[in-house]
Design a protein around this ligand. Sequence first.
Ligand SMILES: Cc1cc2nc3c(=O)[nH]c(=O)nc-3n(C[C@H](O)[C@H](O)[C@H](O)COP(=O)(O)O)c2cc1C
Length: 175
Amino acid sequence: MRALIVYESMFGNTAVVAEAIADGLRPSCEVELCPIADAVNRPPPQVDLLIVGGPTHAFGLSRLATRQDAAHRTQTSIETEIGIREWLDAALPIPTPRRAAAFGTKVARPPWLPGSAAKGIGKRLRALGYQLAAAPADFHVTAMTGPLAPGERDRATAWATQLATTHPDLPKTAQ
Ligand SMILES: Cc1cc2nc3c(=O)[nH]c(=O)nc-3n(C[C@H](O)[C@H](O)[C@H](O)COP(=O)(O)O)c2cc1C
């Protein structure tokens, strides 16, 4: 069973969630983590489970302008030319149903703030022909640049473990 996690991250929080998800999958899967900058240079993923995640920007998936805005808020050099939105919008529909899952990060407060990158990713994955193995999951940061809210890293690992154990092609792991 092979899983690929493709993620976008401006300040590193979605990357931490991606790593936590990889930890949750590893007992059951061969897992590869792939930042978006690398995903664009590889052929379409031929894996059993594709997991895609990104930060919520302006109530949805990032765009060039929001990534450029984020780039001004950090000293770290970050990819702004391409994000998950552009990568998925350029992807070819898949011929047979394959499994996928979507995750994202967003600020914890105010809790009623609408919009979710995870939901936008889930919608695009379904449109490409993927079957969602779980409902899109949001993980919270305490402020725009992070860090992750307490417990969110563990929640991401638990979400991934659940994802792996409910996958029909995977053996059940210990509960
Ligand atoms: C330009 C911009 C717009 C944002 N808009 C939203 C938003 O609409 N809703 C929200 O919950 N968080 C918003 N955020 C906060 C991001 O979700 C947060 O920076 C992100 O989850 C951190 O993940 P990262 O470290 O992987 O980039 C925004 C951040 C930036 C930079």
